[in-house]
Design a protein around this ligand. Structure first.
Ligand code: FE2
Ligand code: FE2
Length: 267
């Protein structure tokens, strides 16, 4: 199965016309597509199924708990499927069943270990200042981001170690999926850290240490970092997991240089 992957288009400020990639069987949108949500309409009538994992910026200036169901409804209007702590089963053209596990997977700020967690949270004023979101009548600050992140992590860990859930199966009697693709907005490893910024405390606002989970997926797609890491991680059972990001980023910072929106990823 071949996937087209796009993230961090930031269409709230950037000009870019997404077009279907020839040969793609499915489109994955890995977040930060449009803070205003308006651009999601552009994917209406897309020739292949579209799966959406929201980015942090899809929650900008919104109430987190209310925004998620509203975002699901908004995307459903255009035939797009939102995955936030959701499992989705897709049958590939060759009949293989591909399991998608999608979650924003916010930062837990533990990427540099527990000792440096406080420093990483302190450096994460970004979420509060830029996003200006709220959660249950409180400011959605770094501590709240961490709480959300831990929930996402627990969900993902449990789903990866379990088989396909009954609710995701069209036929409950069927066994496990043939392949698992994880889609997160935040990055699962320091290996995805933007080389422009290295490993400073703010890097914990972009990358988690989910390295121990990566090998349980066949492919891990993420966004959030405005560059395009593409690397492999060895799996315990042999073979490798590929980790990719297809962020377009901001042209004014040179981030979209070399970006190929038509690129396909095979599973
Ligand atoms: Fe972004
Ligand atoms: Fe982001």
């Amino acid at each position: 199965m071949r996937l087209q992957v796009l993230s961090d288009l930031h269409l709230e400020t950037e000009s870019f016309d997404p077009e279907p990639a020839p040969g793609a069987d499915l489109l994955v949108l890995a977040g930060d597509i449009d803070t205003t949500w308006a651009a999601y309409e552009r994917f209406a009538g897309w020739p292949v199924p579209v799966l959406v994992v929201p980015g942090n910026h899809e929650f900008d200036r919104r109430e987190l708990r209310q925004a998620l169901p509203a975002f699901r409804d908004h995307c459903a209007r255009y035939g797009l499927t939102v995955l936030e702590q959701d499992e989705h089963l897709h049958t590939a053209p060759d009949g293989r069943r591909i399991r998608f596990l999608g979650t924003v997977r916010w930062s837990d700020f533990e990427v540099f270990g527990p000792a440096k967690q406080a420093k990483a949270i302190k450096a994460a004023g970004y979420f509060q200042k830029v996003m200006q979101a709220t959660r249950e009548a409180q400011v959605f600050d770094a501590a709240a981001v961490r709480e959300e992140a831990l929930q996402c992590r627990d969900w993902l860990r449990a789903r990866l170690s379990a088989g396909v859930s009954e609710s995701a199966l069209a036929e409950p009697s069927a066994a496990a999926a043939d392949a698992t693709i994880v889609v997160t907005h935040f990055a699962p490893s320091l290996r995805s850290a933007d080389p422009r910024y290295g490993t400073q405390p703010t890097t914990a606002s972009f990358c988690n240490a989910d390295d121990d989970l990566i090998g349980q997926a066949d492919l891990w797609i993420h966004g959030h970092v405005h560059w395009r890491p593409d690397y492999t991680v060895p799996r315990a059972q042999g073979g490798h997991t590929r980790v990719v990001c297809q962020a377009r980023g901001l042209p004014r910072k040179g981030e979209s240089e070399g970006f190929d929106p038509m690129r396909l990823f095979s599973v």
